[in-house]
Design a protein around this ligand. Structure first.
Ligand code: NAD
Ligand code: GDD
Length: 342
């Protein structure tokens, strides 16, 4: 398991957004593989980092500011940008300006990479770059990389991602900053957000099913009619994929997502089965819904990297459900982050 084999363990690796879900999992993977010069950077106070590790250098910096990017990247060999103001549909549909402001993070990080000669830069883009007109039907055949153009991305968040992808491309072509860009499709797993407004469907549905189980009120609210489709990538596949992107030589933006497409109703079926109960479904049709149908076409990643995410939704949901259940019963439900200091 896990690539990153080609990297030198003494290299200085800076992980931005390291207090968040994916960033903290990435820091932990590097630690476990014996990397010794890790710098974890996030804007949030450290008490709110999802996972925090005393054996790495932890910095609280707002990376929208150029000085903060310079401070983080001075002497760095590699940079991973996982910092963004983001969340599920409930957040991105109502906070478009905040999402757009993340353009400052990526732009200033690239400037610092150029200034300090950082060897390689990873950017976490999103399936939200794909054109809305390709996602009007539930029966989505899988989005190919070329489906991002002619551009019609998700308003706000998707435009920021598409612009930042291009910024990476042009810094690579014009200034020699070696960039890798992954278009993540909906990522879930333990140590992720499950309440507070930024949670995505897998964690939200797990939380709601657990609430129903614990309260004895066997009903669930589902946003939309439940027939919209998505694919969901388990965190371990995401981390593995990031390693393979960085080891590989593909500078073009490429999908990193599961191609196991389900309806939201099927997602609820699976979580109900794990919980061992059936709920009355109440559909909230005016809730944020996003696109009608989305999945990942993995032809390119298989061709270029010889690999694609493969952890099944059932397997990933079992682990995610168990972790959220533990959080909700042992510590109570958090409003924002779960701090897990090791
Ligand atoms: P997350 O919200 O858990 O983590 C992002 C982190 O970035 C947060 O801890 C936040 O405090 C930090 N941050 C925000 N603004 C910052 C700033 N100005 N300076 C420093 N830190 C800042 O999100 P995540 O799920 O870990 O996502 C990581 C990256 O992957 C993001 O770029 C996101 O857009 C992208 N992505 C995630 C998904 C997904 O399903 N999780 C899907 C597509 C793309
Ligand atoms: N969040 C959430 N909560 N979504 C729900 C719920 C609920 O309780 N019930 C049903 N849904 C539906 C949403 O209406 C949407 O149609 C679908 O589940 C998926 O919602 P999200 O998981 O919130 O987001 P998304 O898949 O539309 O977009 C996410 O993935 C992108 C990458 O694929 C977002 O996290 C984006 O930020 C991300 O880039």
């Amino acid at each position: 398991m896990n690539k990153m084999n080609k990297m030198n363990k003494e290299q200085k690796i800076v992980i931005c957004g390291a207090g968040g879900f994916i960033g903290s999992a990435l820091v932990n993977t590097f630690r476990e593989k014996g990397f010794t010069q890790l710098v974890a950077v996030d804007k949030k106070p450290m008490t709110r980092w999802y996972q925090r590790f005393p054996d790495v250098e932890n910095l609280v910096l707002d990376l929208e500011a150029p000085d903060a990017c310079n401070r983080a990247l001075q002497g760095a060999d590699v940079c991973y940008n996982l910092a963004a103001d983001m969340g599920g549909m409930g957040f991105i549909e109502l906070n478009k300006a905040l999402c757009m402001l993340s353009v400052l993070i990526n732009t200033n990080l690239l400037q610092s990479c150029r200034k300090f000669g950082v060897g390689r830069f990873f950017y976490a883009s999103s399936a939200c770059v794909y054109a809305g007109y390709k996602q009007l039907e539930t029966e989505n055949p899988g989005l190919k990389e070329s489906d991002a153009y002619p551009a019609d991305p998700e308003d706000g968040y998707g435009w920021e991602k598409l612009f930042s992808e291009r910024m990476c491309r042009h810094f690579d072509e014009d200034f020699g900053v070696d960039t890798r860009v992954a278009r993540f499709h909906n990522v879930y797993g333990p140590d992720g957000t499950f309440d507070g407004g930024r949670e995505k469907a897998p964690a939200a549905i797990c939380r709601k099913v657990i609430e129903a189980k614990l309260s004895g009120c066997h009903e669930i609210e589902i946003w939309g009619d439940g027939e919209q489709t998505r694919s969901f990538m388990y965190i371990d596949d995401c981390i593995e994929g990031i390693g393979r992107f960085m080891d590989g030589d593909v500078a073009d933006a490429m999908n990193l997502g599961s191609d196991e497409m389900v309806t939201i109703n099927q997602l609820v079926d699976m979580v109900e089965e794990i919980a061992g109960l059936k709920l009355k479904r109440n559909y909230k049709l005016d809730a944020p819904k996003g696109v009608r149908g989305r999945s990942s076409d993995n032809t390119m990643i298989k061709e270029k990297l010889g690999w694609a995410p493969s952890i099944t939704l059932k397997e990933g949901l079992e682990k995610t459900y168990a972790w959220i259940y533990d959080q909700m019963t042992a510590h109570g439900s958090s409003k924002d982050a779960v701090v897990n200091i090791s």
